[in-house]
Design a protein around this ligand. Structure first.
Ligand code: SF4
Ligand code: SF4
Length: 351
């Protein structure tokens, strides 16, 4: 199945204001379901505050070789928003001074930014403890110029984190597009061949699971076991950890929920599964997200909803870690996706 981005379809959901309207109206306006702010107020957790920065997540562009059904970025080949070298330079200045221990590059397919390799080389010189690239795997097989990506990652000791919604072809291709499963398997085998994901290897390879429909993820540890067994038995593939992530009701997943008439049921499921313990560790409390044009957000989801940080500091060029710490996090009903069940973040469960 081949999708088109919301932008390409000229969908009204390509407009973040329209998404925010949907998330604030209907069942939330009528009081049928409590707003996220009221829900966390019940347990004395409003306002949510940013603690010390630990993870700097940089989105280097929305261009992607895939158009996955659930994508919260609305990424695809037609998206032209790409971080410039000038903005990357601002990011490098920050990486040199930040107290964050993790640098997390995401996209789109971050590798498609023409300055991606330069940026990785420069950023790796700073010696940040955990340097993550979120790779969709298929990019490594998409054309010859990307075939050496596994070796490139290895030479900079990059921690590769990749999406894999299921260990079967049918479910994976349904969510991510025809042919994605086969290419992903090949890329994983290539990563394994140079040491990535192997038992006791320091070359980290983690997978991200997210549900292929309008339901919440199961237990992360149990899913990891099933994935490991199936991928090893069927394809000889090893990986380290599996992160189970809840699909947030924004962008293309919101579009899918509405089109399949699942939006209200899904929001009910998220609210019913609300876990106050997960609120303490939602990723916005220790993460800062930088957009392709250098603006700062509490997380990648807020970036896509164009909800900037609540701070005097708005752009990476005026970065000030002390001023950003302690800011009030900007929230809306999509945040229920981070606090359902065991919670959800870019590193999987949080509770
Ligand atoms: S989910 Fe990832 S791989 Fe899929 S379209 Fe979005 S950015 Fe690309
Ligand atoms: S969506 Fe973003 S702001 Fe909301 S709880 Fe999750 S990480 Fe925090």
């Amino acid at each position: 199945m081949t999708q088109k981005t919301l932008h390409k379809r000229h969908s009204d959901l390509a407009n973040s204001n329209r998404q925010l309207q949907i998330l604030s109206n209907g069942i939330f306006l009528s009081g049928e379901l409590p707003k996220f702010k009221d829900k966390i107020s019940e347990t004395g957790q409003f306002p949510l505050k940013a603690r010390q920065l630990e993870i700097l997540q940089i989105n280097v562009g929305y261009m992607c070789n895939q158009v996955c059904e659930h994508c919260h970025v609305d990424a695809g080949p037609d998206r032209k928003e790409i971080m410039t070298r000038e903005t990357m330079q601002h990011c490098l200045d920050v990486i040199k001074t930040t107290g964050a221990h993790t640098l997390d590059l995401t996209g789109g397919a971050p590798e498609m930014n023409p300055n991606f390799r330069w940026f990785v080389e420069e950023a790796s010189k700073v010696g940040i403890k955990d340097f993550i690239v979120r790779s969709n795997l298929t990019i490594m097989r998409s054309n010859k110029s990307y075939h050496d990506l596994p070796d490139f990652f290895k030479s900079y000791n990059i921690h590769v984190v990749s999406s894999m919604p299921h260990w079967t072809k049918g479910k994976t291709d349904k969510q991510r597009g025809t042919g994605v499963f086969d290419k992903s398997i090949k890329a994983l085998q290539e990563l394994n061949a140079i040491g990535y994901g192997m038992p006791n290897s320091t070359l980290r390879l983690d997978l991200v699971y997210n549900p292929t429909g309008a339901f919440l993820p199961g237990n992360q540890a149990a899913l990891e076991k099933e994935f490991k067994k199936a991928l090893l038995e069927d394809f000889g593939i090893h990986f380290h950890n599996l992160f189970a992530i809840t699909n947030l009701p924004i962008s293309r997943f919101l579009d899918y929920l509405i089109a399949s008439d699942n939006y209200e049921d899904y929001m009910y499921a998220l609210v019913e599964a609300f876990n106050p313990v997960a609120v303490q560790n939602v990723m916005c409390t220790n993460t800062l997200s930088v957009s392709w044009d250098g603006y700062l957000y509490d997380c990648d989801f807020n970036q896509m909803l164009e909800l900037p940080v609540n701070s005097k500091v708005k752009h990476i060029s005026e970065y000030n870690e002390a001023l950003l710490e302690g800011r009030n996090i900007v929230i809306s009903q999509h945040c229920y996706g981070c606090t359902a069940g065991a919670g959800s973040s870019c590193q999987g469960s949080v509770a």
